[in-house]
Design a protein around this ligand. Structure first.
Ligand SMILES: CCC(=O)SCCNC(=O)CCNC(=O)[C@H](O)C(C)(C)COP(=O)(O)OP(=O)(O)OC[C@H]1O[C@@H](n2cnc3c(N)ncnc32)[C@H](O)[C@@H]1OP(=O)(O)O
Length: 338
């Protein structure tokens, strides 16, 4: 129970009345102390527990009737395309959604591929950054409508939804600074995928559109929850309620896009959009991997955890870099920050 609920919520469940009787307050104080000490004494504290949840399948592991292996097997029955991973010496990996004949729509086997690639990235200890892109100049047109039609019964739809929520939650929680490189269209689940990255870079002619309403749906891959955190509830309501097309200009205006990429013009020597994305990301991934990964961890815990847990995690992560090679080197070189 304590692994999934903040201590405050547990206390409220144990005694919901307010003001609490004195005898109740004393017992609850003891419970609170016990919960807090058990959560901070485990190896690595809150971050370790957060990671443990990831590696064990994260958000839906305890849901009745959710069996990862069973849903993996079902999804494999809808093949086509692939999700490819290129880990580079620079510490920046490129993840490519690759199904160009269907505008990079996610087949069932690609969902399984995605989860496997995320597992590979979780164990890539030298990694610092990640670029998520679509093949052949377009991002992703969401789930493969052929597969959707075939698994339109509610039970299988829910399982697919939980499988993708897990995969995308783990993607966002990677200790890598991630960027979605949006070229062409990011529709439906493709739009949701962009929100599972820390940043979004949009090509000047690209569009992100949560088309779910037109499909009689709402996002189910965690895209609505992440969208609200990125652009606020007012903007999220407009984008979802109106299935509104977000071009690069609107994207910048509402904070969905972090930068707009130039259309590459060979004669002017502008790099490809992937090159531009790598250049953009390099300002955040320059430096030693342990420090970059620590930056992502403290920001992630600040974003996801209640303040008291986030502060504890920050302390734990601080302990991993304090007195480390990069810290000692900086101290020895008497660096100035002019
Ligand atoms: C999680 C919830 C979801 O994601 S629900 C899925 C939401 N996505 C959609 O509804 C996208 C539907 N597709 C479209 O609107 C258009 O195909 C878009 C992407 C705008 C591209 O248009 P256009 O440039 O004219 O190309 P096109 O329609 O000829 O498409 C090329 C081929 O790709 C296919 N395609 C496209 N999207 C999907 C998809 N999501 N699932 C399966 N197939 C898809 C098209 O059917 C077309 O195939 P074909 O050449 O006719 O065999």
């Amino acid at each position: 129970m304590c692994e999934f609920l903040p201590v405050k919520s547990i206390i409220n469940i144990l005694c919901p009345v307010s003001p609490r009787p004195r005898c109740c307050r004393m017992v609850l104080c003891a419970v609170r102390r016990q919960l807090l000490s058990s959560s901070s004494s485990s190896s690595g504290g809150a971050w370790a527990r957060l990671l443990h949840r990831h590696s064990s399948g994260c958000v839906h592991t305890n849901v009745h009737d959710f069996n990862q292996d069973e849903i993996r097997e079902k999804l494999q029955a809808f093949p086509g395309g692939s999700v490819d991973l290129l880990k580079q010496e620079s510490g920046v990996a490129v993840l490519t959604v690759n199904n160009p004949s269907r505008m990079n729509a996610f087949s069932g086997s690609m969902m399984v591929d995605l989860e496997e690639r995320v597992s590979q990235l979780e164990s890539w200890t030298d990694g610092k950054g990640l670029i998520v892109q679509g093949a052949a100049g377009t991002f992703c047109s969401g789930s493969d409508l052929n597969a959707v039609r075939a698994i339109s019964n509610p039970q299988d739809g829910m399982k697919m939804c939980m499988f993708m929520q897990n995969a995308l939650t783990r993607l966002l929680r990677l200790p890598l600074i991630s960027v979605a490189l949006v070229e062409g269209r990011a529709l439906g689940g493709g739009a949701e995928l962009t929100t599972a990255c820390d940043f979004r870079l949009m090509a000047s002619d690209s569009v992100i559109q949560f088309v779910h309403k037109h499909m009689g749906l709402v996002p189910g891959w965690g895209g609505a929850a992440r969208l609200v955190r990125t652009v606020g509830s007012q903007n999220a309501l407009k984008l979802l309620g109106g299935a509104r097309k977000v071009d690069a200009e609107l994207g910048l205006q509402i904070g969905l896009a972090d930068a707009v990429l130039e259309v590459p013009r060979a004669e002017e020597g502008a790099g490809t959009q992937l090159q531009q994305a790598e250049d953009w990301l390099s300002r955040y991934t320059k430096g030693p991997a342990p420090v970059i990964r620590a930056v992502k961890k403290v920001v992630l815990s600040g974003r996801e955890l209640p303040l008291s847990e986030a502060l504890r995690t920050e302390k734990d992560v601080f302990g991993t870099v304090w007195g480390g090679p990069a810290n000692l080197h900086a101290l020895a070189s008497k660096s100035k920050h002019r």
